[in-house]
Design a protein around this ligand. Structure first.
Ligand code: 9MR
Length: 882
């Protein structure tokens, strides 16, 4: 758990004063204006500020500098190290772009600066591109003492995006040039940001599943019901009805109505809803809506792999790139990485893994939840009725390992698992078995930045208990899932997991430093009770060992729905107990029946709450944070809640949970206050400028937009004060679900990240399976009866064909809990791969006729009461138990 999420603001990024100095002072003093009103009115308002983050309280963005320099905020100033021996002042620049100038207006530039080696700099306000025509071109002498500098000039021409450039090159000695309090006042007040929300009729722009709920939202001032019409592509009315007035939606401050056309099941494309004289974006009603999203959302991970060239044949021509961070200059990592100074005396090869997000850091605590949710996506196909495995299987996805006999989704997971294991402290070193929290650049890099061109030194940061438990959990899950495919790798995962668990128990409170955020995210987490629970759950499920069972049952989180899946949030990288609960609830394990029931009721209770949120909220979203506190990456919270709902649907077969997942999808794909689809390539108004150092088309038109299937972080209530310069400039005072900008600079609302695309991948698989309509009609019944004896048990399995067609040959699969191994078997061909067991017929019982049954049996190595085998599947489809 992380007590301080969302993060505490780092300071105001942009000060655009809209009140007079006296009024501002009055506001600071608590709002009592004691000076005569006339005096305040007479005082001229200061001219508008055109510089963003001029006091560097929000970090370095949006300042930039030339690649031959490095810069960072030190003691509240932006300090740039300029190299020796450049020829001209403009060979080294630190500057800011996108400054609007109005012809004829007068501007005042002020700043202070120091230079360790005194030098003359050029201070220009100019065009940002050739011919760099300047409105101000001054020479300033900068020494070791900070002296305020002021220049006044008049703009010659209207410029949308001028540049302020401090040209500090040309010196024969290296110097450190530090800037502070940069201000450029004058010109027109920047316009107040009005989001373009398009049509007030809000729908899922991808569409609706034929058998699912179909609801939308209308923004209108009307307070009485209004007629709506669903139109087919040819303009004919497919259905009509009246809206239900809902009042003011607190997440958007919009007055809204809802409408419902669930009764329509006719498939087609190009549907629209018309209401209040307005027309929605077009959408489809089809079963295969999410067919491509399954693969696209997973392709995200290959596209963000570190340490491997991205192949045009797999990723698409425009996304091909050389391998990043393989120790080839100018890269300084990741094959031989030192620790931060003073942290350790060894270096590690930590190549591989996925880049975290828009940045190119690699953080174990975020890799952990992301890789777990990919493995969950696969593991669901072993346990859930109607979960399709072929579309995640070998040859199904765009990964270089296709054709190696291993399901492609596991190949992708392995890329991260290998990296995480490389982050483990080697035997013989202090804190051996613990795991380094993260590896990233020593300083933040700017946008764009191709991974293979990153010149920064990479550094290992101290090990933490949270990272160690992330490895314990993810590697334990790895051990059971890879056992059928690669026994050596599975064993390596198991050893890494057990070693990590032991190390975490020995060092249970080694926390990440919340201040360790230069060059990468902090991912600080002040409470690891939840990571202990998750790791224990995965280790217990894989090994069946009692020590993990005891750890689970002793945890304060065990059985506590509110703690595991908080009603106003849900699981996330800082709160991971839910991952363990979902595993225990779905994957066969040795928990006593009463405990298993308790765990499952945690899932269904949480899902019930999220389902009600989709009914109660006017935009149908299964996410209702207290005070509308939409957090950083809120879309991933929505998706993680959808995973809980999907799991409850899998466990119970109840449509109410499935319907709530579908309403969550509606929100993400356009039924929301901004009329925005948050997934690239899906929906008419989809995000396309997510914050990313390679997919930075907005910064450099030669670079691509994100590929289809990339999820934007989404609305973030605290974005305006988080340091995000775009959010500070445009979103101050925003309504929660509208605190979003499809802008490449808005990292607090529009980043992409592995832990956000991972739940999208899980949900995409679920939605595609739901569209396929698998689930209801079960055509077999399985009875699974175990009888314990002193050193093992005997199990008889009976499978009955309750359908109307013969099944030949039949094949049954299920999972054995914990460490159980098959012994003697009879009346069928039984094989065990890891925990997966398959039973195939012998020649004499090959055909299972309608109404007929077959019996077979086995002895296994573990004593004790009959364990629940979970879902038993006949030829890939689940049977009814009992
Ligand atoms: O996802 C993280 C979110 O929970 C935090 O509030 C936020 C600020 O600390 O950081 C997010 O993670 C970012 C990480 O620190 C660096 N890589 C990009 C991540 C997504 O924005």
């Amino acid at each position: 758990m992380n007590a301080s999420s969302p993060p505490s603001p780092t300071g105001r990024a942009r000060v655009r004063r809209r009140v007079s100095g006296a009024l501002a002072l009055a506001a600071l003093l608590g709002g009592a204006l004691t000076a005569p009103a006339a005096a305040a009115d007479d005082e001229p308002a200061p001219a508008p500020e055109q510089i963003t983050n001029g006091d560097f309280s929000a970090g370095t963005a949006p300042w930039w500098w030339t690649a031959n320099a490095s810069a960072a905020v030190t003691d509240g100033r932006l300090c740039t190290d300029a190299p020796a021996g450049t020829a001209d002042p403009w060979d080294v620049i630190v500057g800011q772009n996108d400054i609007p100038l109005v012809a004829g207006e007068t501007y005042t530039l002020t700043y202070t600066a120091t230079s360790t080696v005194p030098l003359s700099i050029h201070t220009n306000v100019q065009m940002a591109t050739d011919p760099y025509t300047s409105d101000l071109s001054a020479t300033d002498r900068i020494g070791t003492d900070a002296v305020p500098v002021t220049h006044v000039f008049t703009a010659t021409t209207d410029r949308d995006a001028a540049q302020l450039a401090f040209q500090i090159g040309g010196g024969d000695r290296a110097t450190t040039f530090c800037l502070d309090d940069v201000s450029l006042r004058g010109g027109a007040e920047p316009p107040v940001h009005e989001p373009d929300t398009g049509s007030p009729v809000r729908v899922n722009q991808v569409g609706y599943l034929p058998q699912g709920p179909k609801t939308g939202t209308l923004v209108t001032d009307a307070t009485t019901p209004l007629p709506w019409t669903l139109r087919a592509a040819d303009g004919s009315a497919a259905a009509t009805g009246t809206t239900v007035p809902g009042g003011v939606d607190p997440t958007s401050r919009q007055n809204v109505h809802t409408f419902d056309f669930s009764a329509v099941t006719a498939t087609g494309d190009g549907y629209t809803v018309e209401a209040d004289g307005q027309v929605s974006e077009p959408f489809s009603i089809r079963a295969d809506l999410y067919d491509t999203l399954r693969g696209d959302s997973l392709a995200y991970f290959y596209q963000n792999r570190s340490g491997i060239a991205i192949d045009a044949d797999l990723a698409g021509e425009q996304y091909a790139r050389p391998a990043g961070h393989l120790g080839v200059a100018p890269n300084k990592g990741d094959t031989d990485v030192p620790c931060q100074p003073g942290v350790c005396d060894y270096r590690l090869d930590v190549r591989g893994g996925w880049y975290d997000a828009g940045d190119q850091g690699k953080y174990v605590v975020n890799g952990g939840i992301a890789v777990a949710e990919l493995m969950d996506t696969y593991e669901r196909t072993l346990t859930a009725d109607g979960a399709e495995s072929a579309e995640l299987g070998d040859g199904a996805l765009r990964v270089p390992e296709r054709g190696n006999g291993v399901p492609d989704i596991l190949d992708e997971a392995r890329w991260e698992l290998d990296f995480m294991m490389r982050m483990q402290v080697p035997a013989g070193k202090p804190l051996a078995g613990m795991v380094h929290h993260k590896v990233h650049d020593a300083q933040w890099t700017g946008l764009p930045m191709m991974p293979h061109l990153d010149p920064q030194q990479r550094e290992l940061h101290p090990p933490t208990t949270a990272a160690t438990l992330n490895l314990a959990a993810a590697a334990a899950q790895c051990a059971r899932l890879f056992a059928p495919y690669d026994a050596d790798f599975a064993a390596r995962c198991r050893t890494a997991a057990e070693t990590a668990w032991t190390a975490a128990k020995a060092h249970p409170d080694v926390l990440a430093d919340p201040a360790d955020g230069t060059g990468g995210g902090t991912y600080e987490d002040s409470d690891v009770t939840d990571e202990f629970y998750w790791a224990a759950a995965e280790l217990f499920t894989t090994t069946g060992q009692d020590t993990y069972r005891q750890a689970l049952l002793a945890s304060p989180l065990h059985g506590d729905t509110d703690a595991v899946f908080p009603a106003d949030g849900g699981m996330w990288w800082g709160e991971t107990a839910g991952l363990g609960v979902l595993t225990l609830a779905t994957v066969p394990n040795g928990l006593p029946a009463a405990e298993l029931a308790r765990v499952r009721s945690v899932v269904t209770a949480a899902a019930g709450r999220y389902a009600r949120q989709t009914e109660d909220q006017l935009y149908g979203v299964p996410y209702a944070p207290a005070g509308q506190n939409y957090v950083w990456g809120s879309n991933s919270q929505v998706l993680n809640n959808m995973i809980v709902l999907a799991t409850a649907a899998d466990l119970t077969g109840k449509a109410e949970y499935r319907d709530a997942v579908l309403r969550g999808a509606d929100y993400l794909f356009g039924r929301n206050p901004l009329n925005q689809s948050y997934v690239t390539g899906y929906g008419e108004r989809a995000s396309e400028n997510q914050h990313h150092r390679v997919w930075a088309h907005q910064s450099d038109p030669a670079l691509p937009h994100p590929p289809p299937g990339s999820l934007a972080g989404g609305p973030n209530l605290t974005a305006p004060t988080s340091g995000d310069p775009e959010a500070a400039a445009k979103l101050t005072g925003c309504a929660a679900a509208m605190c979003y900008l499809d802008d490449n600079g808005s990292y607090a609302t529009n980043e992409v990240a592995i832990n956000w695309n991972a739940p999208l991948a899980f949900v995409a698989s679920y939605l595609d399976d739901a569209g396929d309509g698998a689930g209801p009609a079960r055509t077999c019944r399985v009875t699974y009866a175990s009888h314990p004896w002193n050193t093992g048990s005997t199990t008889t399995v009976t499978v009955k064909n309750t359908g109307t067609e013969a099944v030949a040959p039949w094949s049954l699969t299920w999972l054995l809990p914990g460490d159980q191994r098959l012994g003697h078997t009879w009346s069928a061909e039984l094989a065990q791969y890891g925990r997966t067991v398959t039973a195939a017929p012998l020649s004499w019982n090959r055909t299972l006729a309608p109404g007929a049954s077959v019996d077979f049996g086995f002895n296994s190595s573990v004593s004790g009461p009959a364990a629940d085998p979970g879902t038993v599947k006949l030829n890939g489809r689940a049977c009814t138990a009992g």
